[in-house]
Design a protein around this ligand. Structure first.
Ligand code: ZN
Length: 228
């Protein structure tokens, strides 16, 4: 039996990340991207991911910070991308640049595919309401038993037949009305897979104060309180 923790969309929120890491019990950890963007501790969060050797795919915010291309973002997100790019050390920028678009992880007899948006597009929002008819196709095309996708900041677990598709939600900026940091733990036993989504309280006021102190848009701070 193996237990794997999956985090996503940390968005430079060190308080939320530390609280999630403190709940883990030796699970191998993977990250579905958007390590940075929006929050006040980009260097600290990247360094934590690097020092723990967490396997990570690139997110659209990570990519924008590296390339400087913000045409797909609204003004608030673009401001945060620019600020983040100016804060990051060259080693941390280089790390983000090195991240792969997708990962495949094998545990027991189960292969899990991981990406930020959809298997096809970094920027695509995948939600069971709009995409569940594609899930069987993804699983077959990718030759995976499990698919883990981030980007929407809204957790779900979809199970059907021989496949599971899930989103662990967002560590650093939840958007499902629950402000607690979100992450998932996958338990693999032979061919059996169970995915549990966990929520954890963290000091969102401290994280919000850092966003305000950085001069980033107020809405990026206040949304942490409301989880939207
Ligand atoms: Zn995100």
């Amino acid at each position: 039996m193996r237990r794997i923790a999956v985090v996503s969309d940390i968005h430079s929120n060190l308080e939320a990340l530390e609280e999630v890491l403190a709940r883990l019990r030796g699970e191998e950890v993977y990250c579905l991207g958007d390590i940075v963007g929006y929050g006040g501790n980009p260097n600290e969060v990247v360094e934590r991911i690097r020092e723990l050797g967490i396997g990570t795919v690139i997110g659209n915010h990570d990519q924008a910070v590296v390339t400087g291309e913000t045409g797909m973002f609204n003004a608030r997100a673009a401001m945060a991308v620019g600020w983040t790019a100016r804060q990051l050390s060259s080693a941390n920028l280089e790390y983000l640049r090195s991240l792969p678009r997708e990962l495949r992880v094998t545990a027991d007899r189960v292969t899990a595919y991981m990406a930020h948006g959809s298997p096809d597009y970094l920027w695509e929002y995948v939600d069971p309401a709009t995409h569940s008819q594609l899930f069987g196709h993804y699983l077959q095309k990718l030759g995976a038993r499990v698919i883990a996708l981030g980007h929407t900041h809204v957790p779900y677990v979809w199970n059907e037949g021989a496949g599971t598709v899930f989103n662990p939600g967002s560590v650093g900026q939840p958007r499902d009305g629950d402000r607690r940091a979100s992450y998932a733990v996958v338990t693999v036993d032979g061919e059996e897979v169970e995915v549990e989504v966990h929520r954890v309280e963290y000091d969102y006021e401290k994280a919000a104060a850092k966003i305000r102190a950085a001069g980033l848009p107020e809405q990026l701070a206040s949304r942490l309180q409301h989880g939207v």
